[in-house]
Design a protein around this ligand. Structure first.
Ligand SMILES: CCCCCCCCCCCC(=O)SCCNC(=O)CCNC(=O)[C@H](O)C(C)(C)COP(=O)(O)OP(=O)(O)OC[C@H]1O[C@@H](n2cnc3c(N)ncnc32)[C@H](O)[C@@H]1OP(=O)(O)O
Length: 214
């Protein structure tokens, strides 16, 4: 059992490492102005990598179509690493190359975290795209629900963009589940840079109905 867990951890390290490299590849493609010959060679390398991965493609079932880790042995969520809850998430998943490098952890009843957005996620000049900010709040507030023991689907998410959220600087993340009323979960969150709020969010999440609710 211990051995299996070690193997699972080793495999996860490999999966996370290749996803980090792919994220860096996306940043280089987004930001480099390489000459044609370099682009042509890079295309060949990428095609070779795609060819080696293609035989192992899974489609239309289980982990390959959801972000949570429920059917993935060895991938639980940890209080000091809430990203383990959704390893395939496009927002925080360490096994998804489009996700920015987010860390989230539990601090009592609250979620805290940190993220640095590369220009892959740029919107206005030197700033993070507003849709990306909304996506991060969706995830962050969801984690506030998860640690409260009451996960749900996003019903309504409202963002107040108070000032530009900068690229390439550590952004502090904070969220809390403020109250629960029946199946409704009310959450709040903030992004801060050097202690100053750049964006805040309020979310109403709906817990799926169970027999207990009828
Ligand atoms: C375990 C999960 C793991 C989740 C694991 C973590 C994954 C997190 C992923 C990140 C979060 C996401 O992106 S989630 C993906 C984005 N969200 C979605 O796709 C949700 C799409 N919407 C739906 O599927 C549905 O509308 C639901 C499930 C939200 C609600 O449907 P329902 O269950 O039939 O609820 P219903 O009886 O109609 O309503 C119950 C009460 O909630 C209110 N209500 C219903 N919808 C909304 C709404 N959008 N905004 C405000 N309020 C609403 C109703 O007025 C009612 O209030 P009253 O009359 O009782 O007062």
């Amino acid at each position: 059992m211990e051995f299996q867990q070690e193997e699972a951890a080793k495999d996860r390290d490999l999966v996370e490492a290749v996803n980090r490299e792919a994220g860096e590849l996306i940043r280089l493609l987004r930001c480099s102005q390489a000459p044609d010959q370099v682009l042509a060679t890079a295309t060949e390398h990428i095609q070779a990598a795609m060819k080696s991965l293609a035989p192992y493609l899974r489609q239309g079932e289980g982990w390959s179509t959801i972000s949570i880790a429920s059917d993935t042995p060895g991938l639980g969520w940890l209080e000091d690493d809430l990203t383990r809850c959704m390893p395939y998430s496009p927002v925080s998943g360490t096994c998804n190359p489009v996700a920015p490098p987010i860390r989230m952890w539990r601090d009592g009843d609250e979620v805290r975290g940190e993220v640095v957005f590369s220009p892959t996620y740029a919107g206005p000049p030197n700033s993070v795209h507003g849709g990306i900010i909304a996506a991060v709040f969706d995830e962050l507030l969801s984690m506030a629900n998860v640690i409260s023991g009451n996960a749900g689907f996003t019903g309504t998410l409202s963002i107040r963009y108070q000032r530009h959220t900068p690229l390439d600087r550590p952004i502090e993340l904070w969220a809390v589940n403020e109250r629960t009323s029946g199946r409704k979960l009310f959450c709040r969150g903030e992004m801060r840079v050097d202690g100053q709020v750049t964006a805040s969010a309020e979310g109403l999440f709906i817990r799926p109905a169970t027999q207990m609710d009828s």
